[in-house]
Design a protein around this ligand. Structure first.
Ligand code: C5P
Length: 229
């Protein structure tokens, strides 16, 4: 099996800022980033809820129809599925919830795990998701785990949505984030959790630049000594 190049993992719950940080970190290091949540969301939209009642073989066969690749570096990294740019259609909380339901299906995770590892064989990457440091890249060069309360994450999501002229109900968003947390943290396969050797950052009282600064300091100090436990 070909080995991965240089990988930095960022894991954490919905709305904690992983994608923004992966993008900024990749820009600073001049490498590409991989948003694995976008891969789950894309397949969720393609397969739909019907995937829950499909056989393992049928799910594997359906997943094999889709191929992901990356173009560009840093903030300009783009994710393509079958040569088409993955767009904003995947960015709703409803698609996030559907992705979270289908993310419990073993054959779907297996198909995506293979694609994620393959992408890292040919290029250095910042990868973000739920199981990057624990399952997909256990030997990553650096591992980060970000967390913040559901209320704070929902508030950030709401402000984001408002900036895009999409008013959102805060109570509903908080509830959706809580539900997705439970689903992602308690599933049997690859549940959301920090790797033992991950550096944990509570982002509750920090802005993006402060979190990025902390990450870069750990990287500059060749990993530092901070551990989650
Ligand atoms: O990160 P994002 O919110 O886009 O992810 C959507 C869903 O995809 C998550 O709630 C999670 O259930 C699933 N996911 C996963 N493993 C990953 C990335 C995402 O299970 N590595």
């Amino acid at each position: 099996m070909a080995s991965t190049t240089y990988v930095i993992t960022i894991d954490g719950p919905a709305g904690v800022g992983k994608t923004t940080l992966a993008r900024r970190l990749a820009e600073t290091l001049d490498i590409s980033y991989l948003d694995t949540g976008a891969m789950f969301r894309t397949l969720a939209l393609k397969l739909g809820l019907a995937a829950e009642s499909m056989t393992e073989e049928a799910i594997a066969k359906a997943c094999a129809e889709y191929h992901f690749h990356l173009k560009g570096h840093g903030e300009r990294t783009q994710l393509f599925v079958n040569e088409r740019l993955v767009g904003s259609e995947i960015r709703t909380e409803e698609v996030g919830m559907l992705a979270s339901r289908l993310a419990r299906l073993a054959p779907l995770r297996k198909a995506l795990a293979e694609m994620q590892r393959k992408l890292a064989e040919t290029q250095p990457l910042v990868v973000e998701g739920r199981d990057m440091g624990t399952v997909i890249f256990p030997h990553a060069r650096f591992k980060f785990f970000l967390d913040a309360s559901p209320e704070i994450r929902a508030l950030r999501r709401m402000r984001d949505a408002e900036n895009h002229d999409q008013p959102t109900d805060l109570a509903r968003l908080t509830e959706q984030i809580r539900q997705r947390d439970v689903q992602d943290r308690t599933r049997a396969i690859a549940p959301l959790k920090a790797a033992d050797d991950a550096i944990c950052i509570d982002t509750s009282d920090l802005d993006i630049s402060q979190v990025l600064g902390l990450m870069l300091r750990h990287i500059d100090a060749s990993g530092g000594t901070a551990r989650c436990r």
